[in-house]
Design a protein around this ligand. Structure first.
Ligand SMILES: Nc1nc2c(ncn2[C@@H]2O[C@H](COP(=O)(O)OP(=O)(O)OP(=O)(O)O)[C@@H](O)[C@H]2O)c(=O)[nH]1
Ligand SMILES: [Mg+2]
Length: 595
């Protein structure tokens, strides 16, 4: 029995974005005949449409392969910083990691951060340099750099081309010989860690599990230690990468179980599955803290709110970093405030809700969470929605989240990057060298990072600089709420919070933007943006006289005159103004322009 488990190798591929993880997985799938040649499209494991569209991995993807007498459970992981939670969960399910480095780019920010995560899990790490089919002029230096990073010798670093397959067989042999087999204990009661999940219309919640001890078979009863939910194992099996059924899953294996549970809220990633309670709970995962929030609302004529709610719970099964709570807006109606790990996470979520659930959604301006200390009760409150912002005379002090940021760049872009960091309120800036590159570390407000720091960094460094960041805590700050008043009426869902020094400029931009995108009315509409207790920006949206009569057929002059006269009547105008509607599309337009 024990012998069986010794044939298992569980490992991940980790790297910076685009360094070739999924392409390497293709070569493994090919080499092990897991996927037939005619089916093997590039980045085969990136099975989601969105992954293909964007050319990046968004989810971790487990797959089982057979190689000689070995069972290899590989988990491909995403490289983008917004999806690091996927990486960290995958790491907890395996014993080893291939750390892949693009030979042209060398070590990048997520190379370091993902390596750190793998070390924390005590994984066996194999260092690999990829893309050797390209002309890498300082290959020896790059080898040395990676060897130093891994505390090993250059002989230990494998050079491959995931594109041509060169040396990939060598790498696979090394995986088998160097990554330890899982600790096997089939005698102890069954315990497994849920590292991911998804919803299936027929089979209910499918939990992706790493079996730690014991064995589970089809038809047996299981219980989830956190929710205490009970179910039967309707089906179970392994990833091929699609779900393949088998009879049982044993200690050391990676697989899935179909629970039949229709309530997506009952199964949580990080929970321990057992056959009966009490049982010692496995360490699980730290809940990621959402750091970017935005209101999501259904566009008119779309699906029901109930559908929206259910879709969010279903999506959460497959994206455990997603946070949501109900909220209301005077313009947009009932909706949800969603929390994300970054702007790409937000964008991908919007696209998944549309593509997988058919939800057309309108999104309000994204914001970071602020800590507000009120004068009366002196307790700190986290505010993630500008409409809940207290009056300024009630505020004792304010704090905003800061991050520790690390930028890796070729030396020639140093001064441009320092300038960018400074104009983004960066502090505590240090620079150290990493062979022919520089690592710049600094503290910087999260709000600045999520805005357009990444795009600016990429453009000033011609794409060569990379960044990583982690929340370092809250710091005292001064913030202002920009309030939008249209035709004398405040529209809360258009308000936003901003660093006080940037408030006036942002207010002017906002007023101009609104002028550009608000539809003209029969009367002039005053656009005001308030901050610091006064109006800081003001524009007027002119009346569109043509519109009044445009719908009239022909040239009936007397009717037109009548309409113009009517339009001039002050009373009517006031009535119209009181009913001024902001169409939901305005949010889409504001959003797309500021990002
Ligand atoms: N020339 C060359 N290109 C490669 C090689 N490996 C990968 N690429 C290319 O690099 C790009 C990124 O490859 P992916 O496999 O998607 O990279 P990834 O690490 O999975 O990216 P993320 O999952 O988004 O982090 C693609 O255009 C690949 O064709 C290689 O060995 N040589
Ligand atoms: Mg990938």
């Amino acid at each position: 029995m024990e012998q069986e488990g010794k044939n298992i190798r569980n490992f991940v591929i980790i790297a910076h974005i685009d360094h070739g993880k999924s392409t390497l997985a293709d070569r493994f799938l090919e080499l092990t005949n897991t996927v037939s040649q005619n089916k093997l499209t590039p980045q085969y494991l990136d099975g989601m449409n969105l992954e293909k569209e964007h050319g990046i991995t968004i989810k971790m993807h487990p797959v089982q392969m057979h190689y000689n007498d070995f069972i290899l459970n590989l988990i491909d992981t995403p490289g983008h910083v917004d999806f690091t939670y996927e990486v960290s969960r995958a790491l907890a399910a395996v014993e080893g990691a291939i750390l892949l480095v693009d030979g042209i780019q060398g070590i990048q920010a997520q190379t370091l951060s993902n390596l750190q995560l793998a070390k924390e899990q005590n994984l066996k790490i194999i260092g690999v340099i990829n893309k050797i089919d390209l002309d890498i002029h300082d290959l020896e230096k790059k080898k040395k750099e990676l060897a130093d990073l891994l505390n090993t010798t250059v002989d230990d670093i494998i050079l491959i081309s995931a594109k041509t397959g060169e040396n990939v067989d060598l790498l696979l042999k090394k995986v088998v010989s160097e990554i330890p087999h899982p600790v096997i204990d089939e005698e102890l009661p069954f315990r497994a860690l849920i590292f991911d999940s998804h919803y299936d219309d027929y089979k209910g919640v499918i939990a992706y599990i790493r079996i730690v001890e014991g064995e589970i078979k089809k038809g047996e009863k299981i219980v989830f230690t956190v929710s205490k939910a009970k179910s039967d194992v309707l089906d179970l099996g392994y990833f091929s990468p699609e779900l393949k059924s088998k009879e049982n899953l044993k200690s050391g294996e990676i697989g899935w179980i179909a629970t039949g549970l229709k309530d997506p809220g009952l199964v949580r990633v990080g929970d321990t599955v057992a056959k009966k309670l009490p049982i010692e709970v496995l360490p699980g995962y730290e809940e990621p803290k959402p750091m970017v929030f935005a209101g999501f609302y259904l566009a008119k004529g779309g699906q029901s709110f109930e559908n929206f709610r259910y879709s969010l719970f279903q999506l959460k099964l497959n994206d455990s970093a997603l946070y949501f709570t109900p909220e209301n807006s005077e313009i947009l109606g009932r909706g949800y405030r969603l929390g994300f790990l970054g702007m790409l996470h937000l964008k991908i979520t919007q696209e998944r809700l549309k593509g997988e659930y058919g939800l057309n959604l309108i999104i309000t301006h994204p914001t970071v969470p602020y800590k507000v200390l009120l004068k009366d009760n002196k307790t700190a409150k986290i505010i993630t929605n500008p409409s809940e912002w207290p009056r300024s005379d009630q505020i004792l002090s304010l704090e905003e989240p800061w991050v520790k940021m690390e930028v890796i760049t070729p030396t020639e872009y140093l001064s441009a990057i320092l300038k960018l960091i400074n104009s983004s309120r960066g502090e505590d800036i240090h620079t150290i060298s990493l062979s022919d590159k520089l690592i710049i570390t600094c503290q910087i407000p999260l709000e600045e990072v999520i805005k357009d720091f990444y795009d600016n960094l990429k453009s000033i460094s011609s794409g060569y600089a990379s960044l990583n960041y982690e929340i370092s805590g809250y710091k005292k700050t001064q913030l202002e709420k920009l309030e939008v008043v249209l035709a004398g009426k405040t529209f809360e869902s258009l308000s936003r919070i901003i660093f006080y020094k940037k408030a006036e400029r942002e207010a002017r931009n906002l007023a101009l933007k609104l002028k550009e995108i608000l539809p003209h009315q029969n009367y002039p509409v005053s656009i005001q943006v308030k901050a610091f207790g006064r109006i800081v920006a003001r524009e007027t949206l002119s009346a569109l006289k043509k519109d009044v009569t445009a719908s009239l057929y022909g040239g009936d002059r007397t009717r037109k005159m009548k309409l113009w006269k009517k339009q001039q009547k002050g009373k009517k105008r006031l009535l119209d103004q009181a009913n001024l509607q902001v169409p939901p599309e305005v949010f889409l337009k504001i959003f797309s322009k500021s990002n």
